[in-house]
Ligand binder design. Structure first.
Ligand code: ADP
Ligand code: ADP
Length: 231
């Protein structure tokens, strides 16, 4: 499962502005959709509504997962099927292994190691975000922004949800880990339905569908190749 559908979704946070205006699209099971558009165009609102940080008003359209209105399932079971990788991941002041293990209650050390490997974080599994390493017993290098993101990716891999919401970092990440992040993201997105607020060129280029948003509406859509051909 994991097919997502937005059916004529209109949403306002307050009376003055319309954040989303008649948004319709489908994310077929296992496919990836990239959301692009300037700040304030509605990208985050799409993710927030799917995760039910806010509910649609009567007459504001519908959001469906596998044909079922998300208001008809409990928030708990909805959120169990969705993995979220935020722009800035806040980590516990504990080992990377512990931070990854948080993704799944009762995960075995082997499972945690496996997830860490898929996100290229296994070499730092015993170190803390601030660099302190429990095994070495001394302070090493602090985690970079890219590494923190890979911890969040590993945590989500462990949770293993059919649906993913990704908010890619706008800030320039350390280029040395760019390849590692790309690979970790590939491992995560593979086989899941994903909606990404996309800033990385690799994410946009590999998306099955790109939605270009402006003022709460979809103004263009297609694959990377199709959109390039529009000029
Ligand atoms: P970004 O600018 O990186 O897309 P946000 O999604 O947080 O970051 O913000 C998008 C727009 O929404 C901004 O113009 C911001 O001022 C506005 N915004 C975000 N949160 C609130 C809020 N709680 N109340 C009013 N406006 C908000
Ligand atoms: P994006 O993620 O593309 O930057 P958003 O979805 O955050 O855009 O914002 C869409 C619109 O909704 C903007 O006009 C923004 O100012 C408004 N908005 C976003 N969050 C809030 C909020 N919490 N309260 C009021 N208005 C908001």
């Amino acid at each position: 499962d994991g097919e997502i559908e937005f059916d004529n979704v209109t949403f306002s946070y307050d009376k003055r502005t319309t954040a989303l205006n008649g948004i319709s699209f489908k994310v077929p099971k296992g496919s990836s959709v990239a959301l692009v558009g300037e700040s304030g165009s509605g990208k985050s609102t799409i993710l927030r509504l799917l995760y039910r940080f806010y509910d649609l008003a009567e007459g504001g359209g519908r959001i469906l997962i596998d044909g079922q209105d998300i208001r008809d399932v409990t928030q708990k079971s909805l959120r169990a099927s969705i993995g979220v990788v935020p722009q800035d991941s806040v980590l516990f002041n504990s080992s990377i292994g512990y931070n990854i293990g948080y993704g799944k209650f009762g995960a075995s050390p082997q499972e945690i190691e496996e997830a860490a490997k898929s996100a290229q974080m296994h070499e730092r599994i015993t170190s803390f975000p601030d660099g302190y390493d429990t095994k070495v017993g001394e302070r090493g290098v602090r985690l970079s922004g890219g590494e923190k993101q890979r911890v969040a990716i590993a945590r989500t891999l462990l949770k293993n949800p059919p649906i993913l919401l990704l908010d890619e970092a706008t800030s320039a990440l350390d280029t040395s880990t760019e390849k590692d992040i790309q690979k970790a993201l590939q491992n995560l997105v593979q086989g899941r339905s994903s909606l990404s607020i996309a800033h990385r060129l690799s994410t946009i280029a590999s998306a099955d569908l790109i939605l270009v948003l402006k003022d709460g509406r979809i103004v263009e859509q297609g694959t990377h190749t199709e959109l390039l051909a529009l000029d």
